[in-house]
Design a protein around this ligand. Structure first.
Ligand SMILES: Cc1cc2nc3c(=O)[nH]c(=O)nc-3n(C[C@H](O)[C@H](O)[C@H](O)COP(=O)(O)OP(=O)(O)OC[C@H]3O[C@@H](n4cnc5c(N)ncnc54)[C@H](O)[C@@H]3O)c2cc1C
Ligand code: FES
Length: 258
């Protein structure tokens, strides 16, 4: 069974108009909070009965903290944004399969592609791959300059390529624009997380290439543990249905039907 734990909120920071970062502290082991995994967050004050899924954006073993970065889109995330330092936050998990990066080596070239609230899991991935000595290039897209967050993490981990829909920062366009200009070289692996359109663009861009591509999917989630069947996705040419919460959220682009 996944763990259920109370964390203490030690920091709540506004990153953009509607994106917040929470730092949550525990005295227990953080070994299960691996890149690509997620937690189901209990929404305080009992208004929302269902927990909400959020990706793990960072883990700091020295301080015993994990970071969650979330956009306020509805009642659940609105309640999270009201929490103040000292509040108890109850998390179920870590859940899901996570990114399979154990065998990556120093000098391996890796491409990350993300947008919007798909960035938090890629932030943790970029940091981990950078520490493993991989050469990490990250392509990120935002609508406009005011919505940018998290880019320092990607710059610290390697190279950042940025695009905005209105050209107010980086290249004018979206990640599709960046992908079109991308030269393969010796890329070992591609990872992507973001809106459906972005995932489809990545899937299409690399469909005829031999480089492995993993996509981190999102969906509404009731339980996060494979019980409610609210998060199914088709794989293997539509012959098999799998739970995004349990067999995912990371799926091979060659197998998943978007
Ligand atoms: C594995 C996983 C990891 C995630 N990680 C993050 C993260 O790191 N940061 C982040 O900001 N969000 C993340 N999400 C999305 C996040 O779970 C939802 O935004 C959140 O549950 C919305 O809750 P709410 O009560 O505020 O909004 P609700 O009132 O539940 O919904 C408000 C609006 O948002 C839409 N919506 C809600 N959830 C989703 C979803 N999963 N996909 C598409 N539309 C949705 C609804 O249709 C509705 O229009 C993740 C989702 C999954 C499945
Ligand atoms: S969210 Fe319930 S089965 Fe996946």
């Amino acid at each position: 069974m996944p763990s259920v734990r109370n964390f203490s909120l030690v920091k709540q920071e506004r990153l953009t108009e509607d994106v917040f970062q929470m730092e949550l502290k525990t005295t227990e082991s953080l070994s299960e909070y691996q890149p690509g995994r997620f937690v189901m967050v209990e929404i305080p004050n009992g208004l929302q009965q269902l927990r909400r899924p959020l990706a793990i954006a960072a883990v700091d073993l020295l301080t015993g903290c994990i970071s969650l970065i979330y956009r306020v889109v509805g009642q659940g995330t609105e309640q999270l944004a009201k929490l103040v330092v000292g509040a108890k936050v109850n998390l179920l998990g870590a859940l899901g399969n996570g990114f399979n990066i154990q065998n990556f080596q120093v000098g391996d070239q890796v491409l990350l592609v993300g947008g919007g609230t798909g960035l938090p899991p890629l932030m943790y991935l970029a940091q981990t791959l950078g520490q493993q000595g991989c050469l990490v290039t990250t392509m990120v897209g935002f609508r406009t300059k005011a919505q940018i967050f998290g880019t320092q993490v990607f710059e610290q981990a390697g190279q950042l390529q940025l695009a905005t829909d209105d050209g107010s920062a980086g290249k004018l366009g979206n990640v599709g624009t960046l992908l079109n200009a991308w030269k393969m070289n010796n890329c070992r692996h591609v990872f992507a997380c973001g809106p459906l359109g972005l995932l489809k663009a990545v899937q299409q861009r690399f469909a005829s290439q031999s480089v492995p591509v993993d996509l981190s999917l999102e969906s509404r989630m009731g339980c996060g543990m494979g019980v409610c069947a609210g998060c199914m996705v088709s794989v293997n040419g539509g012959t098999l249905n799998q739970h995004i919460c349990q067999e995912g959220p990371i799926f091979s682009a060659a197998e998943v039907q978007l």
